[in-house]
Write a protein of this length. Structure first.
Length: 166
């Protein structure tokens, strides 16, 4: 993960035009980064997740956590999500799937899954400790199927747990 901390990604959502995990971790108002690695632009469960998280975004902000959703598509396609859902957090385009690879985002179905993200790529959620300015993963939920995602309450619980460790 460290080799990708400084890599910048185009941002279709709120914030700078390009962002890196290191940029976010360096902010004084960020103790945790909740990274949501999506499956594909067409994934309906992914689209629902970003909207559900947006509806409770204030709870993450209250915990000094920033949510970042990553879609393995070009920024022009990812902007369509932002235009449709008006998300209050960064929405990164990662067409080369660098973050997914860095975090070992699960894939299934071998070569077929490798060729088609909607079929093979599974969702992943990562809670990253950013308190000392260096992003360090503390929790990873690697989905076994398209619906296997932590709930928002579970993600908030992981953020609170991280912050309570001082």
């Amino acid at each position: 993960m460290v080799e990708f901390a400084d890599r910048s990604f185009e941002n279709a959502g709120v914030g700078e035009e390009t962002l890196s995990l290191a940029d976010l971790a360096a902010r004084e108002d960020v103790d945790a980064i909740v990274l949501l690695l999506q499956r594909d632009y067409h994934c309906l469960l992914c689209r629902q997740q970003v909207q559900d998280v947006a509806a409770r975004h204030d709870e993450f902000v209250a915990e000094n956590a920033t949510v970042v959703s990553v879609v393995p598509e070009p920024v022009d396609r990812v902007r369509n999500w932002q235009d449709a859902y008006d998300l209050p957090y960064p929405l990164l385009a990662d067409p080369e799937k660098r973050l997914g690879e860095a975090f070992d985002q699960p894939k299934r179905l071998g070569p077929l899954g490798d060729a088609h993200d909607l079929v093979g790529r599974m969702p992943e959620a990562v809670v990253i400790d950013a308190r000392d300015g260096t992003p360090k993963p503390t929790f990873v939920h690697a989905g076994r199927n398209p619906a296997d995602r932590p709930t928002i309450d579970q993600l908030l619980g992981r953020v609170r747990e991280l912050r309570s460790r001082g």
